[in-house]
Design a protein around this ligand. Structure first.
Ligand SMILES: [Fe+2]
Length: 395
């Protein structure tokens, strides 16, 4: 049945550029493939932690052995700023790469998209904030994730920060989609526990918000349900030991599949509130989405209860009882998962200010997107207060 049972629509859109190299050691084959493509000047965009940890060493050595000139730009911070993109673009203009590699978490991959964009389109990155403002194709861009989280290796957008206003920019264009994604679970082995858990919960949030989205389709559902199944099964052992190749492979695949999902479905209230927290308090994205996930699911359950039965199946939970009973079971299981991987389940436990709930509400309401349950100002306030926890709210 090609129908979105929520809207009753018989049609849907699903776009994906799938050119994926997946598996333990996949990155090792890349230098020869890059040479075969005819590229001979490669710029790697990464962050200082990934670079210092030596994760880029194998790729660097391989490229040099093939006689390929390499420039490394390793100044990307988390929540990358426009100023960083401009500094990277200057380096690119001086070096003249014919191929870019974004190597790292979502920040490094998004920065690579921004730098490659400026190389072919010029101007400043703020000019491209919004949808479909990129007029020329980017140079060949390969994305190599070192977290199992953002899915940025297969998405057509870059989240960057406007340093003048401290607000988030979202550059969205099909031209930003990396031409190739190389997903190598061995690159996840040295992830710190907090990154493994929060990035993994971000990926789970992508799969669940995409599955519940008003824009979900029969195709995005295939990716979303498999992603939920993989992450539900592998997140705990992966956080316990990211060097567990089977668990890391499950997480890496789950997060990439979830990237295909949100590229098509968008995200809902979890990401709307997480973006507000990121803007006001610099709360790390994965931490915010993880803390909020079960709360947002409880809020959304009445809108698409039948979908919670399918989530229960993907998570291996019992589907006994009516839809609302199953939905409650699913939300409880997600909350348990969040706790089990060491992530707080209430905003009161992290560094955010309850007194600024009105600002959070105002910002989040602008980003509700295709959230399945219509969300009024009062709903959003109640949802955020519930996420803060039991302490009496400041009015
Ligand atoms: Fe996310």
């Amino acid at each position: 049945m090609f129908m979105n049972e929520f809207s009753g629509s018989l049609g849907f859109q699903f776009a994906a550029h799938i050119n994926l190299r997946f598996g333990a050691g996949a990155v090792n084959a890349l230098p020869a493939e890059i040479l075969a493509m005819g590229a001979n000047r490669v710029m790697i965009v990464t962050d200082p932690g990934v670079h210092r940890a030596g994760l880029t060493n194998g790729l660097l050595d391989g490229l040099k052995k093939q006689g390929i000139a390499v420039e490394i730009f390793s100044d990307v911070e988390s929540n990358p700023r426009d100023t960083t993109i401009h500094a990277g673009a200057e380096r690119a203009a001086a070096f003249g790469p014919d191929l870019f590699i974004g190597f790292g978490g979502g920040s490094a991959m998004d920065a690579a998209k921004g730098i490659a964009l400026l190389m072919s389109n010029g101007g400043s990155i703020g000019d491209y904030d919004g949808t479909d403002k990129v007029k020329k194709d980017l140079p060949y861009l390969i994305a190599i994730p070192t977290t199992a989280g953002t899915g940025s290796e297969v998405t057509a957008n870059a989240a960057l920060t406007n340093s003048a206003t401290n607000s988030k920019m979202s550059v969205r264009s099909p031209r930003l989609m990396p031409k190739m994604a190389v997903v190598d679970p061995l690159l996840l082995a040295s992830l710190p526990k907090s990154m493994a858990s929060t990035a993994g919960l971000d990926a789970l949030s992508h799969a669940i918000e995409g599955f519940l989205s008003l824009r979900a389709s029969v195709l995005s559902d295939v990716f979303a349900l498999e992603s939920i199944r993989l992450i539900g099964r592998h997140l705990r052992p992966f956080v316990a030991n990211p060097g567990n190749v089977e668990a890391a492979s499950g997480m890496a695949l789950g997060s990439t599949l979830a990237g295909f999902v949100i590229s098509n479905t968008g995200t809902g209230n979890d990401h709307a509130i997480a973006r507000a927290l990121g803007g006001l308090f610099d709360t790390p994205h994965g931490l915010a989405t993880g803390v909020l996930l079960a709360h947002v699911m409880r809020f959304n359950a009445p809108a698409r209860p039948e979908r919670f039965v399918r989530i229960a199946e993907a998570l291996g939970l019992s589907t006994e009882g009516n839809e609302s009973v199953v939905a409650e079971r699913v939300c409880d299981a997600i909350e348990r998962l969040v706790k089990d991987v060491g992530v707080p389940t209430h905003l009161a436990e992290i560094d955010v200010d309850r007194g600024r709930i009105p600002e959070l509400v105002a910002i989040a309401l602008k980003n509700v997107g295709p959230n399945p349950r219509r969300t009024s100002e009062a709903d959003m306030k109640a949802l955020i207060e519930a996420a803060f926890g039991s302490e009496a709210p400041i009015l």
